[in-house]
Design a protein around this ligand. Structure first.
Ligand code: GDP
Length: 419
């Protein structure tokens, strides 16, 4: 086809290493700013006697978005030669994890930014680990503020070696390591004279080379049930299609109970019937050909390709809570729309992603990563993240707040695998 592939990216890195500046620059260099915006902000800075900062652009766009002025720009996006690039906000650990894990956003690729003077920091390494944890395999590294190190090829080489070794150790080979000055523009869209020694892609070229993830439509159907509504005597099962497609007439199975039904009608929520297949990302309401007990937290799949039902999961998680996670801990686990109590049966592994050092596997400390074995209070429908990047995620809560989250590594064989 002739449609431009859309890729979603996150930009991560240690605070102050230049994320906002790079975004402002990218918007400018790709001609994505509204007419006059840059000039206006420069004039405002001058009037206030402040030096212009590229990050002001981001603040200004954010403010407009909050005030609902630019209704059509619900997210920041720009175009490269052959791609539409959408930027997913990655403000902080907790929010980033929440967005990524709850599936609000799935990034195809990431840019990891490092200040050339400061070098690779613990937070940089942690972000690398997070990207790997979230299954983001395409990572471009940018070494920013090269102007602060006189565009030294040596300094660049040292940082490049260090971060590449770290990422490769995690199983992620960087797609490029790029020397840039986000403030001045070197390496962002152009290889300037300052970095004449550099032969790789610019940031814009690296983004242009990103491959979109496999469309979620092509995976098996997963419809986590959000709610059941009664409408004119009809019971409508509502939720968002996380993967796959569905349409009226499909034979489905409701997990974990394993009950079978046929889809009678598909409504685009709230109540207009829709024709034809509906795919991933769509919120739908469906009616069934028979009265069955369905509840929030159930997952609908096609007969023969449904998720497993299980009370036992193995997960790789990132821990955010002050209190270290230990075996025996009682938690609330969220999987899709399901919420269930769970007990940590065992801590299999605990790693400090800053140091990448394994620790005694008895507790997972704040900002550390680990593998755990969970026993759930009730059977749930679950998928490994490897096969279902969207529904194979879980969030752990303590006292109503996110304490950690990550990926389902494996699901203990279902007692009732649907056939
Ligand atoms: P963030 O916290 O990662 O979003 O970082 P910002 O984009 O806000 O940048 C932090 C500071 O670094 C700001 O004062 C920027 O002006 C400065 N900065 C960003 N990029 C560059 C650069 O390429 N060169 C220099 N010298 N300063 C930069």
């Amino acid at each position: 086809g002739t449609t431009r592939p859309l890729v979603r990216i996150v930009i991560v890195g240690h605070v102050d290493h230049g994320k906002s500046t790079l975004v402002g620059r990218l918007l400018h260099e790709t001609g994505s700013l509204p007419d006059g915006k840059l000039e206006m902000l420069k004039a405002v800075s001058a009037r206030r006697g402040m030096p212009f900062e590229w990050s002001f652009l981001l603040d200004a766009l954010q403010t407009e978005r909050d005030q609902g002025i630019t209704i059509d720009t619900t997210q920041i996006s720009f175009r490269t030669r052959s791609r539409d690039v959408v930027l997913i906000d990655a403000p902080g650990h907790a929010e980033f994890l929440r967005n990524m894990i709850t599936g609000a956003s799935q990034a195809d690729g990431a840019v990891l930014i490092i200040d050339a003077l400061e070098g690779v920091r613990d937070q940089t390494r942690r972000h690398g680990y997070l990207l790997q944890l979230l299954g983001i395999k395409q990572v471009a590294v940018v070494v920013n503020k090269m102007d602060r190190v006189d565009f030294s090829a040596e300094r660049f080489g040292a940082i490049s070696d260090e971060i590449s070794a770290h990422l490769i150790g995690l199983g992620v080979t960087p797609t490029a390591v790029i020397p840039i000055s986000a403030r001045d523009g070197d390496g962002v869209a152009e290889r300037t004279a300052n970095i004449a020694w550099y032969v790789g892609p610019t940031v814009v070229e690296a983004l242009d080379a990103l491959t979109p993830s496999q469309p979620l439509d092509l995976l098996a159907l997963r419809l986590p049930v959000q709610a059941i509504y009664k409408f004119d005597d009809r019971r409508i099962v509502a939720g968002r299609i996380e993967s796959g497609r569905l349409q009226a007439g499909d034979d489905i199975v409701i997990m974990p109970a394993g009950k079978i039904a046929k889809i009678k009608s598909v409504e685009s929520w709230p109540v207009t019937p829709v024709e034809g297949p509906q795919g991933a990302g769509r919120s739908v309401g469906i009616t069934l050909d028979r009265e069955l007990f369905v509840e929030r937290g159930d997952v609908i799949g096609h007969v023969g390709a449904a998720p497993r039902d299980t009370r036992r999961l193995r997960a790789r998680i990132f821990w955010l809570h002050d209190q270290p996670l230990e075996a025996g801990a009682s938690l609330l686990v969220r999987l899709g729309t399901r919420e269930t109590r769970a007990t940590v049966v065992a801590i299999e592994k605990a790693v400090d992603p800053g140091e990448l050092a394994s620790e005694a596997a008895t507790a997972i400390r704040r900002n550390h990563v680990g593998e755990i074995d969970l026993s759930l209070a009730q059977p749930v429908a679950a998928d490994p993240a490897e096969a279902f990047p969207r529904s194979g995620r879980l969030v752990i809560e303590i006292g109503g707040r996110i304490a950690g989250g990550g990926l389902v590594l494996s699901v203990d064989s279902g007692q009732r695998a649907a056939s």
